[in-house]
Design a protein around this ligand. Structure first.
Ligand code: BGC
Length: 416
């Protein structure tokens, strides 16, 4: 190679790569709310105790789409972060592109295969290579409830069905409160749709639609009914819902302005961060109509192919994340269940204990299913096809019938 070309390449590398010490990790994530930041601190502290320096790369946006765009730019520039928070099929897609590293040595030495549930291994291991370290198990079919408003209405238990839930939400409105604290962003719409679809169509239909992508189940009366149920929620949100961040919608329930938020259990991290206690200040119900089921999403730290000099720190991070002590400390703050099945629930609060127990029961009963809204049933292109139609319906741009038809068409194209 001619000297001038080498020089140009070196100059380009200097422009694109970040120089980090061997004992440091650069971590890209979207944990930017108060509760999430508290959870990040737990991780940062546990690594720094091992002598690994944390370089923070936060990219806000709950479904991780903005984070994935940033990662793509970094990988294209030849300068991937050490580790990236990632969900489900996004991990698989990055692995298939050959961008992820190999954690087999750590995983084997620490017996990950025996303690990490199969449902998580399905994404953490691609072609027998561990490419990411599972952090937790969240689930999306929760509703976070203002205890004060329920007390005022004399409500002592969760409604038995989705229809009863809507009837209760209407009573909340009559009492002068906002029924649903809601953030109108596409990722929140499609994540809410996990619960609404499951409550409307049941587990078999959910799987036929979001996993099998069966056209007749997608463009069906059941899908129209599910969308109409989204419409019932739409009628019970406040006028400022559009574009609102999820944690601001959680704050509406924390402050007893709104009765309910349908949201994954990262919302509990906000209650905990605000000093609130389950059972006293707020309640956690499974979304009525989905009780007995868990729609899960697991955060994982996908490890990118980095230079040899950064592999030791990467392995140290993977090992930290899966340590039983970290799994307890982090997940208590984050609102999630541990990614290991052998961790005690003793230190978790009532909602955390319920999350862990529900997960085990659903896994044994075959009622544990991936969150379609958060990339655990299908690839990004397919998810986006569903998501676009749900958001267009929610914002009144399509009727339920049109949205169901559009979904069937766009999902078929995305799946080619
Ligand atoms: C992640 C959670 C995160 C939430 C909101 C979800 O996609 O799995 O860890 O707290 O987004 O940012």
């Amino acid at each position: 190679m001619k000297k001038s070309i080498v020089g140009a390449l070196l100059a380009a590398t200097a422009l694109t790569s970040t120089a980090y010490a061997e004992d440091s990790v650069e971590v890209l994530h979207w944990w930017t709310s108060g509760g999430e930041a508290a959870a990040v601190s737990v991780l940062k502290d546990s690594l720094e105790a091992k002598g690994v320096t944390w370089n923070d790369m936060p990219v806000a946006g709950g479904g991780g789409e903005s984070a994935m765009t940033t990662v793509r730019a970094r990988v294209t520039a030849g300068n991937p972060p050490t580790s990236v928070q990632m969900l489900g099929y996004d991990i698989v897609e990055w692995a298939e592109q050959g961008s992820l590293g190999n954690l087999n040595e750590v995983a084997e030495a620490e017996g990950w295969g025996d303690v990490i549930p199969e449902a998580l291994q399905a994404f953490a291991k691609v072609d027998d290579v561990w490419v990411s370290a599972p952090v937790n198990v969240h689930s999306t079919n929760w509703v976070w409830v203002s205890k004060k408003i329920m007390d005022e209405l004399g409500v002592t238990e969760a409604p038995a069905s989705f229809d009863d839930f809507i009837a209760l939400a209407e009573k909340v409105k009559e009492a002068g409160y906002v029924p649903f604290g809601y953030g109108g962003q596409p990722w929140q719409d499609i994540t809410t749709f996990d619960s609404v679809a499951l409550a409307t169509g049941g587990l078999d239909w959910y799987k036929k639609v979001f996993i099998d992508l069966d056209p007749a189940s997608i463009n069906s009366d059941t899908m129209i009914a599910a969308l109409n149920n989204m419409g019932k929620i739409r009628a019970l949100v406040d006028e400022n819902f559009s574009g609102r961040d999820w944690n601001l919608a959680t704050a509406m329930v924390i402050n007893d302005e709104a009765a309910f938020q349908i949201m994954g259990d990262w919302a509990k991290g906000e209650f905990v961060n605000a000093g609130k206690t389950p059972g006293e200040d707020f309640l956690c119900w499974r979304v009525p109509g989905t009780e007995g089921h868990v729609t899960f999403n697991a955060d994982q730290f996908a490890m990118f192919n980095v230079g040899e000099d950064r592999v030791a720190a990467q392995n140290a991070m993977a090992s930290s994340v899966l340590s039983p002590e970290f799994q307890v400390a982090f997940n208590i703050v984050k609102g999630s269940a541990p990614a290991r099945v052998d961790v005690s629930d003793a230190e978790f609060d009532a909602c955390g204990k319920k999350a862990i127990a529900d997960l085990k029961a659903a896994s044994e009963a075959g009622t544990l299913v991936g969150s379609q809204g958060l990339s655990h049933t299908n690839r990004a292109a397919v998810k986006n096809a569903f998501s676009d139609a749900v958001t267009a319906y929610f914002n009144g741009e399509l009727t339920a019938e049109e949205a169901a038809e559009e979904m069937a068409d766009t999902v078929a194209i995305a799946n080619q």
